[in-house]
Design a protein around this ligand. Structure first.
Ligand code: FE
Length: 130
């Protein structure tokens, strides 16, 4: 995988302020406000930072959490996991493995066989319909 490395100034040029806050500053959009929370269309969700395919609509489900939720990424290799102990919680942060952009967190309460829920900010992705 070709990693993408840009300066913070280059990221600011490339991203909207909201995308920058979430992808580069590990921000979180407010629950039930994201563009893709209720999206049911068939397609793929690309990283808003680098365009890499991250998630398929086939693995999206309504978790009721207020954020787009998936049971698994397109490939495990495209996701980097990091332990996140901010805000008094121990969570597993997920980032785009190619550009390092913060996507959201993965929790062990998913509905599929692997038991995972990828809880992802809408603003960190771009939807591409089939
Ligand atoms: Fe990326």
């Amino acid at each position: 995988m070709d990693k993408i490395k840009l300066t913070e100034a280059e990221w600011r040029d490339r991203l909207t302020p909201e995308q920058y806050h979430i992808l580069r500053e590990a921000g979180t959009e407010r629950a039930f406000t994201g563009a893709y929370e209720r999206m049911k269309a068939a397609g793929v969700y690309l990283c808003a930072g680098c365009g890499t395919e991250l998630f398929s609509s086939a693995k999206k489900y309504d978790s009721g959490s207020g954020w787009p939720s998936f049971t698994e990424p397109v490939t495990d290799e495209i996701i980097d996991e990091h332990v996140d102990i901010s805000h008094g919680m121990r969570r597993v942060e997920v980032r785009c493995a190619r550009c390092g952009g913060h996507l959201g967190h993965v929790f062990p309460d998913g509905p599929a066989e692997n038991g995972l829920r990828y809880c992802i900010n809408s603003a960190s992705m771009e939807f591409q319909p089939d």
